[in-house]
Design a protein around this ligand. Structure first.
Ligand code: Z5A
Length: 217
């Protein structure tokens, strides 16, 4: 069995993560690679229930520490029930947001310390990191316009001010700088065709490795 890859997509609101998760799974299909797509917060019934609590605007507002702990509680469940079992069976996992989002939003956005985040990261998935993290990066004002153009009601995070999303963006770029081997930064402000071309360029080495491994005697 060839090694399955764990790919995560990250970035602020409206940068095109979901769109490109779907593009990646199309590429995996074309390469005959088994995959699942999933998301955070969420990915299991319990973790989706936690997601609903986290995104609701009308419910009691969680304090910053509660928000952080709920993100990692859902993640522990998601890892145990979905991500680790899939990878163990040779199924690639394409995940819309993962722990880097906690560094960007709860760290950069809310001001939780890196020490606290690293403690939870180590507790919840010390030995497992994504093989590839695509950070879709673009100015927050333009991304916010994309969210507005969808015409849906904004959730609790999406109601934050531009300054919050600017700190989130800086948190993500800082994370990419700290982990240059794992991260690839995509210019998400370009046309969708150009973004997909960049995504494919970063995905191709993993596809080539999988092809080589599967054709080895
Ligand atoms: N959160 C957190 O705080 N801590 C954590 O640890 C985790 C998450 C894991 C929910 O996430 C919230 O959880 C999130 C952070 C927090 N809040 N925020 N903000 P989510 O992933 O569900 O929410 P989201 O980022 O708001 O997702 P989104 O709005 O669905 O955005 P997206 O997936 O990046 O974009 P999209 O749906 O693919 O595209 C948006 C629109 O732009 C759509 O109409 C596309 O057709 C269009 N699009 C996409 N690409 C292009 C290009 N290149 N050009 C033009 N138009 C484009």
């Amino acid at each position: 069995m060839t090694k399955a890859c764990f790919i995560t997509l990250e970035g602020g609101e409206g940068v095109g993560k979901t769109t490109n998760v779907n593009f990646i799974t199309t590429q995996l299909d074309a390469a005959n690679i088994p995959w699942i797509k999933t998301r955070e917060p969420g990915g299991t019934p319990l973790a989706e229930a936690i997601r609903n609590l986290l995104l609701a605007s009308e419910a009691e507002t969680p304090c910053h520490l509660t928000e952080l702990l709920l993100m990692f509680a859902g993640r522990a469940q998601h890892l145990d029930q979905v991500i680790r079992p899939a990878l163990a069976q040779g199924i690639w996992v394409v995940c819309d947001r993962f722990t880097d989002a906690s560094y960007a939003y709860q760290g950069g956005g809310r001001g939780q310390s890196e020490v606290t985040l690293a403690l939870l990261e180590n507790l919840v998935h010390q030995d497992l990191q994504p093989d590839l993290t695509l950070l879709l990066d673009m100015p927050v004002e333009a991304a916010s316009k994309r969210v507005d153009s969808r015409g849906q009601q904004r959730d609790r995070f999406e109601q934050e001010q531009l300054a919050f999303f600017q700190r989130v963006r800086e948190g993500y770029l800082n994370r990419a700088h700290q982990h240059p081997l794992r991260f690839r930064v995509v210019d998400a402000s370009l046309s969708l065709a150009e973004v997909k071309a960049q995504v494919l360029g970063y995905l191709q080495p993993l596809l080539n490795d999988a092809l080589t491994a599967s054709s080895a005697p």
